[in-house]
Design a protein around this ligand. Sequence first.
Ligand SMILES: *[C@@H]1O[C@H](CO)[C@@H](O)[C@H](O)[C@H]1NC(C)=O
Ligand SMILES: *[C@@H]1O[C@H](CO)[C@@H](O)[C@H](O)[C@H]1NC(C)=O
Ligand SMILES: *[C@@H]1O[C@H](CO)[C@@H](O)[C@H](O)[C@H]1NC(C)=O
Ligand SMILES: *[C@@H]1O[C@H](CO)[C@@H](O)[C@H](O)[C@H]1NC(C)=O
Ligand SMILES: *[C@@H]1O[C@H](CO)[C@@H](O)[C@H](O)[C@H]1NC(C)=O
Ligand SMILES: *[C@@H]1O[C@H](CO)[C@@H](O)[C@H](O)[C@H]1NC(C)=O
Length: 927
Amino acid sequence: MGVLHRLQVPLVALLSYTAIAQKVIDLGTKQWTLSSPVYNISVPGRVPSQVHLDLFREGVIPDPYVGLGDFELRWVTLTNWTYETTLDGLDSTIPTWLLFNGLDTFTSIEVCGQHVASTNNQFRQYYFEISDILKSCSTTPDLSINFGSAVNITADIASEPGQEVWPPGQVFWPGGVEGVFEFPNRQFMRKEQSDFGWDWGPAFAPAGVWQPAYVVQLPGPAVHVRNTLLDIYRQGQLNNLPPDQNAPWIVNASIDVIGSLPSNAKLFIEIMDIKNVTVASGAMQNMTSIGSTITGSVVVDGETCQLWWPVGLGPQNLYYFKITVMNGNESLVSITKRSGFRTIVLNMTPISESQLAQGIAPGNNWHFEINGQEFYAKGSNFIPPDAFWPRVTETKMNQLFQSVVDGNQNMLRVWASGAYTPDFIYDIADEMGVLLWSEFEFGDALYPVGVEFLENVRQEAEYNVRRVNHHPSLALWAGGNELENLELRLAAALDPGNDRWRQEYEQLFLGVLLPTVFANSKSISYIPSSTTNGYLELNFSLAIPMIQRYDNATKGSIYGDTDHYDYNSLNAFDLSTYPVGRFANEFGFHSMPSLQSWQQVLSPEDLHFNSTTIVLRNHHYPAGGPLTDNFHSPLHGMGEMTLAAQRYYPVPNMADPVANFSAWCQTTQIFQADFYRSQITYYRRGSGKKERQLGSLYWQLEDIWQAPTWAGIEYDGRWKFLHYVAKDIYQPVIIASYLNTTDGDLTAYVTSDLWSPATGVATLTWYDYNGTILAPPSSVPFTVGALNITQVLQTNTKTIPYDLTKAVLKMNITATGSLPNTNDTKTFKHEFFFHALDLSKANLQDPGLQLEYNASTGNFTIEATKAVAAWVWMDIPAGTLANFDGNAFWLVPGEKREVGVVVKSDGSGGKWVEGVRVRSLWDNTQS
Ligand SMILES: *[C@@H]1O[C@H](CO)[C@@H](O)[C@H](O)[C@H]1NC(C)=O
Ligand SMILES: *[C@@H]1O[C@H](CO)[C@@H](O)[C@H](O)[C@H]1NC(C)=O
Ligand SMILES: *[C@@H]1O[C@H](CO)[C@@H](O)[C@H](O)[C@H]1NC(C)=O
Ligand SMILES: *[C@@H]1O[C@H](CO)[C@@H](O)[C@H](O)[C@H]1NC(C)=O
Ligand SMILES: *[C@@H]1O[C@H](CO)[C@@H](O)[C@H](O)[C@H]1NC(C)=O
Ligand SMILES: *[C@@H]1O[C@H](CO)[C@@H](O)[C@H](O)[C@H]1NC(C)=O
């Protein structure tokens, strides 16, 4: 009884639809003025927008991203700005509200000269009744929103007596570098933390109405839906624990309204497939109505609906859920959300006896399960795609997510110190099957724990947890970035024996955020910190159900996920320096963007490696710590990239200074890609080792601006070497070599993340760099198990009969297997080159590269006609956004490689094809 089955009588037929009219005015359609009395500026403004964007559009300031705008435009953020409009055409006898989905950040709001409210949280939704003000207003009412300077206001908050002092003693970041690249005191504001600067981004600290805003007029009993929670889970499911996959689904809907709900209000639900054909409908049960929130749930038979899967693991089935609020037989309002049926759990349960018996190290699991299945999470970290969110378009995000999917990634970690992701981005992720590990906006600091601050955070968390919970792409909630592994350890080192810091951390991350997730969602797991050793105990009968393990570890046991940075490039390919954990959620090294990106923001005289503007756009602190306030130290980011390039590759030596600069940018990208590949293959191989490693998310997917950063995709969407290499190494079945740099032990493994075994042959061929095959290739047949590895080579560089400066080993595999949730047999191919670590000593010679374009297929063909080509790169001219299906590869002579291309936007009318150039490492050393 009460279970919704397929094809009940559609609900629509039973309802009388007399939805009561509400009047909603989008404030984005109004004329706005943006002004600063101090600077005597008054220009047209927009909603949603931000001050910098409006000033730029109106010609008051240059493009903030050009040159040193990051420093030169600081005056904009150190002053107050007012956005003003006229609220004409309102009937002042009707109850009226202002509704803001996002104000950035410190505001004072007035209507008709009367104070309405002040706000201080970028991430909250605010709504204020203004009926009385409208009634008493004798003129056409004005709405004015005054934005204070976040930099000044946080400085004031920081100096309040008794305010939180972090880090203890303020010894870690005393002005120094932070004073140049970042504004201090970000932990005192609920605003995008990276707005004050980050090591990969600028510090613009923008202000404005950054999300849509409305006037809502509600005659009679009308209500306006301001937020909707939809939680779909298996009956009996508890957060963080794998549910029974045979249990029916529960669909819980909870609607937040403006206006008053009638006491007998009820909810009805209609579930439709993607073609809007009703698959189930009925009255919701277990209704509760508390304040302006009404909640109900229904049981849905598992047969009724098809599962949603991440890309590569099955189809992305989506359904519409129409929820109607009924007053008796009258429909008050209805809302439709698109969602899907799936369970996603971060399984952190203790390693079981049967897992131990399979050779898995003791400790805890730390991996994701989709619909009850373990899978390998492949992806990267997503940061704010722009310092100014209002100019992040759907087109740009569609292109970016297409690159994610084309790059064989199935998960992104949405990093914790940007902004909660807008729904349109989750919608794209739902459609494309990209899981979004989502985080609350706290990172690399400890935060105040005053009553007001915590209540402000609770409201922010509640709004956002409810807003996004229906997206099947939502994979996890994490409290914040690098807290347990970094900030708590820092606290323990700086203030030994003082328990205060951990207690305060628990107050916020276990006492406020965890209960907000658990009270609103049973379908999503929660962890307090992105990198964590997990829980000692999860017990839902405790007031706070999670007791953290922290560093209470038993030797030999493995508990959590890992975060790894090592800027000493000497260690880059020493596998023993990589962490052994269950999941790698962050790792990386920075590189230069391409010449084409630099040309967007630099004047021609700045197009050299260490130009002042480039050095000042590199915000990676000197490795000596932020106190080493010396940007010309070889330990600064520019020096680290230079050293790494010199250490492992022949460095560019081209006569044309701009071409040489471009080649240098590329060499830093080659090191970056090489280093990430080494780590990704190592982590993926861990799926078959004792650590049962099941995830690799590198730092970072994309750029916020044009600068030297850890990104694999540049600000305008252009792929660096890294994104191509990650695409290659994130294929389901790969081969890779593993060198022990200490004793010369050399192995190769095939790694597969398919859910069934694959069989094939590995072919290993030694080549002289001149292209001669040195010995008959050896063939090794293999079977690799589901989510497992198999070894195909065991040797030692000391016993290899070749001099590695003269010889290179090409390994390739062809395997057959099936993708998850399909029965079709598919062929998987992959190749990998083992070579001397230091390619500047290898006998690279002119590969005689030839490039052809075939207009009828739209494909390019590349051939090395003379010798082995290392790091072949096809470069796309500025003005065209396109990516090849492969790039940044090696070629042996006699092999032709045909490469397809996806054009995302083209300003050249197709002429770009003629501007494509192909080069290899060797070509960059020729003047
Ligand atoms: C903010 O502080 C700066 C100095 O730090 C000052 O010049 C500026 O006038 C202040 N702005 C406001 C709005 O108080
Ligand atoms: C600046 O804006 C803040 C927030 O709206 C307000 O509290 C403050 O009074 C304003 N200061 C000036 C000088 O307008
Ligand atoms: C189904 O309905 C939704 C709105 O509820 C609409 O956006 C969508 O275009 C419709 N799809 C089809 C296939 O008609
Ligand atoms: C309603 O509540 C009862 C008692 O808690 C529970 O057994 C039942 O499953 C609930 N029904 C739905 C549809 O959630
Ligand atoms: C450390 O962990 C063990 C269980 O693994 C637990 O019994 C013990 O109480 C913990 N110690 C502390 C100080 O939390
Ligand atoms: C850039 O400057 C750093 C710091 O002075 C230096 O170590 C490095 O060698 C320079 N790089 C190049 C390519 O000139």
